[in-house]
Design a protein around this ligand. Structure first.
Ligand SMILES: NC(=O)c1ccc[n+]([C@@H]2O[C@H](COP(=O)([O-])OP(=O)(O)OC[C@H]3O[C@@H](n4cnc5c(N)ncnc54)[C@H](OP(=O)(O)O)[C@@H]3O)[C@@H](O)[C@H]2O)c1
Length: 327
């Protein structure tokens, strides 16, 4: 037993489930943070049986809802002291669905993919700091390539909600939310460096989607997903990459990076138009990500908005001096 604990959100399905199995096989204590306990219980049993590791726990979490996040974190803290790895894998991408808000009144894609993980990470900072090698990983997406177009921006930051609702698609919000979480990864890495916490993201180009996931899509998107499933690697392929980034010695000091699906570190694209051929290479390749990520005004604004919406958990954290190592 390595005596290390990993939390994986959305561990009942797809990449999260395969990652839970991978970590369990390697004798980690695995906390499956899932919202549907009925479905997830069966998955947990399968993982325990296949991995022969009974330290696989299931804890309820709806990462789009502040109350659920707070309860999850406090339940975790009542049972465990230390957290070694936090994998923000859960994602909302029910393509074709209309505009929806979370229980806290935040657009659901952003609530699930960005704001919830922001709060959850802050609430678990004390536990992460107790680890000798704490690592956080965000599940990003190649959908951020839309931001190679210099006209693209994160509308959510402008607060023009009426406009957002009028032209809303989950696809558009999903792209913006994954760009936001890439920006958040870089910002968190900067902020948490003082605590020795490494924060990275992986840009997922595609991984086979389960029948249950595809069922959530509207017909046009269902067809795209079925076709896409023929050409992309299985979920276990991406789960292996999660495992590698979160455990390998070579990434001990790696922080503030976006990895591609070969676990190579990607770089920002130059801030000017590179010409047609280079642009095509950027769009179809996996070595660079959009220069939009380098815009510190945008990332400052995003950080401030996340802090405002979640009641500034960093201040609460510092005020209560939650981590014994601070003293
Ligand atoms: N597969 C791809 O081609 C691809 C491409 C790019 C990026 N990604 C990213 O990879 C990650 C994993 O996706 P996947 O392909 O493995 O899809 P998946 O099988 O549908 O997994 C998504 C997981 O997120 C959970 N989830 C959604 N909303 C949640 C909430 N509010 N609270 C808690 N859990 C929630 C789902 O739970 P339920 O089962 O309860 O819905 C499910 O377990 C996502 O972040 C996704 O954006 C995937």
């Amino acid at each position: 037993m390595k005596n290390k604990t990993v939390i994986i959100t959305g561990a009942n399905s797809g990449i999260g489930k395969e990652a839970a199995l991978r970590f369990a096989k390697e004798n980690y204590r695995v906390i499956m943070a899932c919202r549907n306990l009925d479905i997830s219980r069966k998955v947990r049993e399968q993982i325990i049986e296949v991995s022969n590791n009974d330290e696989v726990e299931l804890m309820e979490l709806d990462v789009s809802t502040f109350g659920s996040i707070r309860k999850f974190c406090s339940d975790f803290q009542n049972r465990y002291d230390q957290l070694d790895i936090l994998i923000h894998n859960a994602g909302y991408f029910n393509h074709g669905e209309p505009y929806r808000e979370s229980a806290d009144g935040i657009e659901l894609t952003f609530a699930t993919n960005v704001i919830g993980p922001f709060l959850m990470t802050h609430l678990l900072l004390g536990n992460l700091r107790r680890s000798k090698d704490p690592r956080i990983l965000f599940a990003g997406s190649n959908i951020i390539k839309h931001f190679f177009d210099p006209k693209r921006k994160i509308d959510f930051l402008d607060g023009q909600y009426e406009e957002i609702i009028k032209s809303f698609t989950v696809y558009k919000m999903y792209a913006q939310s994954k760009m936001a979480l890439t920006l958040l990864t870089f910002k968190m890495a900067e902020r948490f460096e003082q605590f020795g916490i490494k924060v990275n993201a992986i840009q997922i180009n595609g991984a086979t989607m389960s029948k249950e996931t595809i069922k959530k899509f509207k017909p046009k998107y269902k067809l795209i997903a079925w076709v896409q499933n023929i050409f992309i690697p299985p979920a276990s392929y991406m789960a292996d990459k999660y495992f590698k980034i979160c455990t390998e010695e070579q990434f001990n000091h790696t922080t503030g990076k976006l990895f591609n699906d070969k676990t190579e570190i990607m770089l920002p694209s130059p801030n000017e138009y590179p010409g047609f051929i280079k642009q095509m290479k950027q769009i179809f390749g996996t070595s660079v990500y959009p220069a939009y990520t380098e815009n510190s005004n945008v990332s400052d604004k995003l950080w401030a908005l996340c802090a405002e919406l979640t009641g500034n958990p960093m201040i609460t954290y510092e005020k209560h001096n939650l981590d014994p190592k601070i003293e």
